[in-house]
Design a protein around this ligand. Structure first.
Ligand code: WTA
Length: 636
């Protein structure tokens, strides 16, 4: 494995070098990878005005040679992936680095045989089965740009992404398991593709053995395509700045945008952050519970662990099936040493009887991680005491789809791990707190907008097909900085505490949604004239979705009418985005608090949703102040 930081002194030295001599620092980190050609420049480009950071420009490589081929000599028989199915009665699968290499090569050959070429975009809408991991790597092997769409998104969401990425290829499966349920998948793709005329090939993996409709000339079965296909496949040589993947994520305005990461910088960042944050050793069994459909699954289930030559566990199921002890059972069964999950999962398990966790030994565990949203102190302590048995450091890792990898976090057992603090920045990361006017706030015990001062290898390169949007969203608000959209506090010891989003993004169970995106979906319902969505504190999900909705024919009066309107609103959200974005509370209203210029006063709606109705601030500038009284009275 590559060298890594082992003491607090080494952390400070690495951090200092990364700031004073970033070129020298990152050249040394990048050295041990497999390069077809080394870089001309370590860092180039700028945050402002162009927003066009480049890393290792001029280098040539293939990331899968770094994830797979280069481990074969030393680790060919080491486990690369352990796959634990949804149902504990179904046998798990294990793939060594040699076997995974073969599977990826075979899938890559199938892609090539079906016409996939370097630079083509491939939509992957697969459940958490081994073929998902294999398919992602197969795309990277042939130089295709993968765009994984989480298998809970709706047909409309798939269609939007497929068309935005101008993808001609889709990889999917017949259906998926989710706890006790089985859910169709191919039929959702079929519906999506009715509005995607550009798609010319759909490769379908058989998972449940369900009957599906196959469109002649477009759809093929993976098991047919793979017959007699070779187990080796030469890797496409890529330029450092060629795109590796697109991952769609929600922002404060408009439709989700395609965040683009490129080959070399992402690779170096995923590997460096993975090894250092989790302090990975050769014999670790590492489990990240995120779905590969989210960035956490990309960087810390797949790329980071494989780049580091680690053993990574992929779990198809859910924390509560067949019982709320399932996570802990899997940890004992596979002797998991490093466990990385989301606060929402911890909170949902905390709410079940304590025996669910106490009846497992969990002695193999060494390091615990948290990601996706702020972890509240109660959940932190429960995790520390009952899962980590008081002996495992917790790394609370702050980062974003756009940052490619972890930015602020403890390094397990090395830098301070304090409840509700992400901690210190990783080497290469220069966080600052900004005032509203963009001046830096100096000193400790301060709060402000979180921004990053200098480029790091994993920074977002562009938003697919619309560079201007990336520039405006991330690099223009505060010229010279990358703007995160989060608020943060630097405590008296210089540790960062992430407070939450300062824009119109809500974080529900660690998943990002734009309020405008949910409003657009709600407005698709025939019942709806206008809506406004805000987040509110939710015990398990972190934030819940609260929707205020004006109906077509005024306020419904009967219970039946109310039920119909609410059902139609939920149906619209499920159809446009997916079940994961269903509002938790819907309040039908006759008007929304607006300024005279017609702007919705979200501040007031947020306060009502939070239950802080006694102090709504100044409402006199509103067009119709009486609306507020009605809204407060009808609060859900
Ligand atoms: C939030 C997930 C507090 C934050 C990796 C960020 C966090 C957004 C943490 C990115 C954390 C993520 N503590 N908040 N440890 N990790 N967030 O793109 O608001 O799905 O901006 O990336 O999640 O979400 P995304």
């Amino acid at each position: 494995m590559h060298p890594r930081i082992r003491t607090i002194e080494e952390y400070h030295a690495a951090y200092q070098q990364s700031v004073e001599d970033p070129d020298g620092f990152w050249a040394a980190v990048a050295e041990p990878f497999t390069w077809r050609r080394k870089w001309d420049t370590v860092r180039s480009g700028e945050f402002s005005p162009a927003g066009n950071s480049k890393w290792f420009d001029g280098a040539r490589l293939n990331i899968t040679e770094n994830c797979l081929d280069r481990h074969l000599a030393q680790r060919g028989n080491k486990l690369a992936l352990i796959f634990e199915p949804n149902d504990p009665k179904v046998r798990h699968l294990r793939l060594t680095y040699r076997e995974l290499h073969q599977q990826v090569c075979q899938f890559a050959n199938v892609l090539r045989n079906n016409g996939v070429q370097k630079g083509d975009r491939v939509i992957i809408y697969l459940p958490m089965i081994p073929q998902l991991a294999v398919a992602v790597l197969a795309c990277a092997r042939v130089g295709a740009v993968h765009s994984v769409v989480f298998a809970g998104f709706s047909a409309t969401a798939i269609a939007d992404r497929t068309n935005d990425a101008d993808a001609r290829f889709v990889l999917t499966a017949d259906g998926l398991n989710r706890g006790a349920k089985q859910i169709p998948v191919k039929s959702v793709v079929d519906e999506a593709l009715e509005s995607c005329p550009g798609v010319r090939r759909v490769i379908v993996v058989e998972h449940l053995g369900w009957p599906v409709t196959m469109r002649e000339g477009r759809d093929v079965w993976y098991h047919d395509e793979v017959k007699d296909v070779a187990l080796t496949c030469p890797a496409e040589e890529m330029a450092a700045e060629d795109p590796l993947f697109i991952l769609y994520t929600s922002g404060s305005t408009g439709k989700p945008k395609g965040v683009v990461h490129s080959q070399a910088g992402y690779m170096v960042w995923a590997d460096y952050t993975f090894r250092n944050v989790f302090q990975v050793e050769e014999n670790d069994v590492y489990w990240c519970t995120a779905d590969i459909g989210w960035v956490t699954g990309h960087s810390y289930l797949l790329y980071g662990p494989l780049l580091a030559g680690a053993t990574s566990l992929q779990f198809e199921g859910v924390p509560t099936f067949p019982s709320p002890g399932r996570f802990w059972e899997v940890i004992d069964k596979h002797h998991v040493t490093i466990f990385y999950t989301a606060p929402t999962a911890i909170r949902s398990l905390m709410a079940t009887p304590i025996d669910n966790v106490l009846s497992y030994s969990l002695t193999s565990l060494r390091v615990l991680g948290s990601v996706g949203e702020p972890i509240n102190e109660e959940a932190w302590h429960w995790y520390h005491q009952h899962v980590g048995k008081g002996r495992c450091p917790i790394v609370d890792t702050w980062w974003q789809t756009e940052t490619g990898g972890i930015m602020i976090s403890a390094l397990a057992g090395i830098t301070p791990s304090v409840p509700a603090r992400a901690g210190l920045p990783l080497p290469g990361v220069q966080p600052v707190l900004l005032n509203q006017d963009g001046t830096e706030i100096e000193g400790n015990d301060q709060e402000g907008y979180l921004a990053i001062k200098a480029s790091w290898p994993g920074v977002i390169r562009t938003t697919w097909g619309d560079h201007e949007r990336a520039r405006q969203t991330y690099f223009q608000p505060y010229p010279g900085y990358y703007f995160t959209g989060d608020g943060a506090r630097r405590d008296e010891n210089g540790l960062y505490r992430i407070i939450g989003r300062v824009d119109d993004v809500i974080n529900v169970s660690g998943h990002r949604f734009g309020t405008a995106e949910i409003e657009n979906a709600i407005n698709q319902s025939d019942y709806v004239v206008e809506s406004a969505v805000v987040g509110y504190p939710h015990d398990v999900k972190g934030q819940g979705i609260y929707a205020y909705v004006i109906c077509q024919n005024g306020l419904p009066t009967s219970d039946l009418e109310i039920q119909r309107a609410e059902a139609s609103i939920i149906e619209a959200v499920v159809a446009e985005i997916g079940k994961i974005a269903k509002p938790d509370k819907i309040q039908l209203v006759s008007g929304l608090p607006k300024t005279r210029s017609g702007k919705i006063m979200r501040r007031i709606l947020r306060k009502v949703a939070e239950g802080e109705t006694s102090n709504l601030g100044d409402v006199t500038t509103l067009l119709d102040p009486l609306v507020v009284e009605e809204i407060v009275a009808g609060r859900k």
